[in-house]
Design a protein around this ligand. Structure first.
Ligand SMILES: Cc1cc2nc3c(=O)[nH]c(=O)nc-3n(C[C@H](O)[C@H](O)[C@H](O)COP(=O)(O)OP(=O)(O)OC[C@H]3O[C@@H](n4cnc5c(N)ncnc54)[C@H](O)[C@@H]3O)c2cc1C
Length: 475
């Protein structure tokens, strides 16, 4: 935790004797705002929005999760979940009961089946490590410190995404505590509806206690980052766009313009400057073609690059995302085909022409992401070609300036948008229609119908909420 929530809730609205009875039933800690450890238990990576629950339960396993859900249900408290707290600009629990799953870690790799089971609070780095010993790799994202469960059920755009599709497309089974307090082992055979809804609907259908995922026969990537001077932004973005049109599915990549603050902690070369970074992950059976595939980018003359063969255990070095907590505002939109006008539109609203935002990113989609998985799920927007993300550090700018700056970019890029969003990159304060945009319309309708079956009271509503059909009482 790198800062203290300025608006710490003073006390819980729940009767102290009831809380004491809950504490008797669970093995992990139970805290209310009066307790010193309350702050530690609710803190996450994202410090822009603090969870301020009435009660926080540090679950140690499925039994604790069941007890916490049953308690919340019987006291009319909505339930929120926090794994590692990496939600980019997450929905914060304001009141209600927060379940912290960070103690529930553990990975079991089944090398023969090519699968891994991970407990609710497990981070990708643990799965990557265990899978590597069986010469396998998971569909992890840019930062290995992310939580496996939330990332996967929110879509999961991995370093290998164009070759294998979304991480949510490679789930074998899910252990979940539903609103009725039952622990269910859900597969495509045992409960096809719930299995479909969880993979994309994420936290709307229960608290997941464990997940079984496919691992891929990957040990080594050809990849890394290329850094270009900010002055080359237009040239590099345009070359990147032309280049992506030529790529095989085995190559996943993104481009970002990053603006560094003028602070002494940074090396002189970066202080107050912009760079353009292209991130590459080539995962083919023969990595030999990697070098010739990236030749057109190298020909543009990067200031530096880290390209080369790297073991998947070092895959976090491709993006080098910051490992420490911070305060972020993020906005996102999925885009279709782009042209040079679209790129100029984006760069005209970015530094140095404006002072905000700090990171503007395009992730290349397509490939297997465009195809439905073997067992259908709720992840939508498979027709998008690029994912557009905008991130600003709140420590370095005022939120009242950041929001309009982000909105100007979203409005300007709208003509190239598919209208969709990927749940994993969505902002905490998204309106209901934006949550809806994460899904294809008929899938959203089916999700609201299933929500009415599995969580008719909308107990799980401290999230990007999918309300039960015909129920608008919580919106
Ligand atoms: C630095 C950084 C890099 C990122 N890179 C990528 C990337 O490459 N690809 C990508 O797809 N995404 C990426 N993301 C987005 C990330 O996947 C999502 O923010 C994801 O939700 C984070 O999950 P978490 O468990 O770490 O976070 P948390 O904040 O703990 O959880 C986020 C949400 O998931 C729900 N949730 C958590 N645990 C459970 C559970 N056990 N059961 C049910 N619901 C649960 C919570 O209700 C909460 O709303 C990145 C985010 C950051 C900050």
């Amino acid at each position: 935790m790198n800062s203290v929530d300025p608006q710490r809730t003073e006390s819980s609205g729940v009767d102290a004797s009831e809380i004491a009875a809950l504490a008797e039933r669970v093995r992990g800690p139970v805290h209310t705002p009066d307790d010193e450890q309350y702050d530690t238990e609710r803190a996450g990576y994202q410090t822009a929005r603090w969870h301020r629950p009435d009660v926080v339960v540090g679950a140690t396993g499925p039994a604790d999760v069941r007890a916490a859900v049953a308690f919340a249900s019987s006291h009319g408290l909505p339930v929120g979940v926090q794994g590692t707290g990496h939600s980019l600009a997450g929905i914060a629990a304001d009141g209600g009961l927060l379940i912290n799953t960070s103690r529930m870690t553990g990975v079991r790799v089944n090398a023969e089946a090519g699968t891994a089971w991970a407990a609710a609070g497990t981070r990708w780095e643990q799965v990557i490590h265990e899978a590597a010993s069986a010469s396998l790799a998971p569909l992890s994202g840019s930062y290995p410190g992310l939580g496996v469960v939330s990332y996967t059920l929110g879509g999961g755009l991995s370093l290998l995404s164009r070759r294998y599709g979304y991480a949510a497309d490679h789930v074998r089974s899910i252990d979940v505590v539903t609103a009725d307090g039952q622990l269910r082992h859900v597969t495509g055979d045992s409960d096809p509806d719930l299995f479909w809804a969880l993979r994309g609907g994420r936290d709307n259908f229960g608290v997941v206690t464990g997940i079984e995922i496919d691992l891929m026969p990957i040990t080594t990537l050809y990849g890394g980052g290329l850094q270009f001077a900010g002055e080359q932004a237009a040239e590099v973005f345009e070359a990147y766009l032309r280049w992506t049109a030529t790529l095989p599915d085995e190559l996943s990549s993104s481009i970002a313009q990053i603006s560094f603050p003028d602070v002494p902690a940074l090396p002189e070369a970066l202080r107050g400057k912009q760079i353009v970074q292209v991130r590459i992950a080539y995962a083919a059976d023969d990595l030999g073609a990697g070098e010739s595939l990236v030749a057109p980018l190298l020909a543009l003359g990067p200031q530096s690059h880290t390209l080369g063969e790297l073991p998947y255990t070092q895959s976090g070095s491709v993006y080098n995302d910051p490992p420490f907590p911070g305060s972020y505002e993020a906005s996102t939109l999925m885009l279709g085909d782009l042209d040079t006008t679209a790129l100029r539109t984006i760069l005209d609203l970015a530094p140095p022409k404006t002072s905000l935002p700090h990171i503007i990113e395009l992730r290349h989609l397509g490939g297997q992401l465009a195809h439905p998985p073997a067992v259908d799920n709720a992840v939508g927007n498979r027709d998008a070609q690029f994912l557009f993300n905008v991130v600003s550090r709140l420590e370095r700018a005022d939120i009242t300036e950041i929001r309009p700056a982000h909105q100007r970019l979203l409005d300007a890029i709208e003509p190239w948008s598919t209208g969709g969003r990927l749940l994993n990159f969505m902002n905490g304060e998204n309106a209901a229609e934006e949550v809806r945009s994460a899904y294809d319309p008929k899938d959203y309708q089916r999700l609201t119908e299933l929500k009415a079956v599995y969580d008719s009271e909308n107990l799980f509503r401290l999230n990007h909420n999918i309300p039960p059909v015909d129920s608008h009482q919580f919106r």
